[in-house]
Design a protein around this ligand. Structure first.
Ligand code: ATP
Length: 313
């Protein structure tokens, strides 16, 4: 389990992280989201024991990261942002070093290294020095070292940053497979990644937690929740009629792809009335969808609210 209680980091008069409470249990993959500078990396570095908190507590599998740093670190696999140090070492040397540091020796250590090399497809670059690797390969080497000791808790800072789509899919599959019995925190700016691998979401803004829940719970807070969107080439008249339906709040047409979105009034359902009207008007519809809600919409709203509150203070 990974948990924080009122975790904070202050630089002079500036709160980079202010009283953050998180709790991630095995089986959960928590997406830590937030605009640039929100405090995601600072939070993760404190949990990883790289940065001392100025207030609050962080624990990994019950071990306080300040009072029992060695036990806490042993229980955690951490993928920091950026590239690994030891740029002049070869990938094989670096991974062997990381394995030794983590107490992995002998046959089981070698087997674990082979497993990571195979899973992250590092075979072609094993003899190459880290400095000469492409960005994606560097990220994969970093990920391999974080997972080597098979820790019960994982914290991955932008794990797919710089990876090609095939590797992104492979890393997503790896995270999903590991999630069964591990507590995992993933920070990312890619909201489609959240849908692919995360079953919890926490949004930080200005160092504060401003939303938390399952992706579906957050999507329900979006104005797109229960909206109907469709694509229909000749629907101008139908759209005008839809806009007059009593259940409808507004109708918006995307100027780029022509997709029409019908937003319901508070507490109303528009799917039935809209589909009936389109049918009655004999509009040829290419695509029609009842929306779950959109994370990017919630993200935009809660992070803007946090900024407004901070400017008003
Ligand atoms: P990004 O998405 O851009 O990676 P982030 O959410 O990870 O951003 P952090 O790197 O945690 O954000 O930074 C949070 C805030 O703390 C930023 O305003 C940053 O400038 C500030 N900060 C970080 N380290 C220091 C430091 N050593 N001294 C002063 N301010 C700092």
């Amino acid at each position: 389990m990974i948990e924080t209680e009122q975790l904070g980091k202050r630089y002079g008069a500036f709160d980079a992280v202010a009283g953050v409470d998180l709790r991630v249990v095995p089986g959960q993959v928590l997406a830590l989201l937030g605009p640039n500078g929100a405090g995601k990396t600072t939070t993760m570095r404190m949990i990883a024991g790289y940065l001392r908190p100025t207030s609050g507590v962080a624990r990994v599998c019950g071990h306080d990261v300040v009072r029992a740093p060695v036990r806490a670190r042993r229980a955690l696999g951490y993928l920091p942002d950026g590239a690994p140090a030891y740029g002049e070492s070869s990938v094989a040397e670096f991974l062997a070093f990381a394995a030794r540091v983590r107490g992995l020796r002998g046959v089981s250590g070698a087997r674990r290294m082979d497993e990571m090399v195979e899973r992250l497809e590092l075979q072609p670059v094993l003899a190459q020095t880290i400095d000469t690797l492409s960005k994606g390969y560097r990220r994969r080497v970093c990920l391999a070292q974080a997972l080597l000791h098979d820790p019960p808790a994982l914290m991955l800072d932008e794990p797919t940053d710089g990876l090609d789509p095939n590797q992104q899919r492979e890393v997503h599959a790896l995270i999903r497979a590991m999630a069964r019995d591990r507590a995992i925190i993933v920070s990312t700016h890619a909201l489609d990644e959240v849908r692919a691998i995360c079953n919890r979401v926490a949004i930080l803004a200005r160092g504060r937690l401003c939303a938390e829940g399952t992706p579906a719970e957050l999507e329900r807070q979006s104005r797109y929740h229960r909206a109907v969107s469709f694509r229909a080439p000749a629907s101008a008249l139908a759209c005008e009629l839809i806009g007059r339906l009593p259940e409808v709040d507004s109708v918006v047409t995307d100027p780029v792809d022509g997709r029409v979105t019908v937003f319901p009034r508070e507490g109303q359902q528009v799917f039935g009335p809209v589909t009936r009207l389109l049918e009655a008007q004999r509009v040829r519809v290419d695509e029609l969808q009842l929306e779950r809600g959109r994370l990017e919409d919630v993200f935009r709203r809660v992070t803007a609210d946090a900024t407004d509150l901070a400017s008003a203070a």
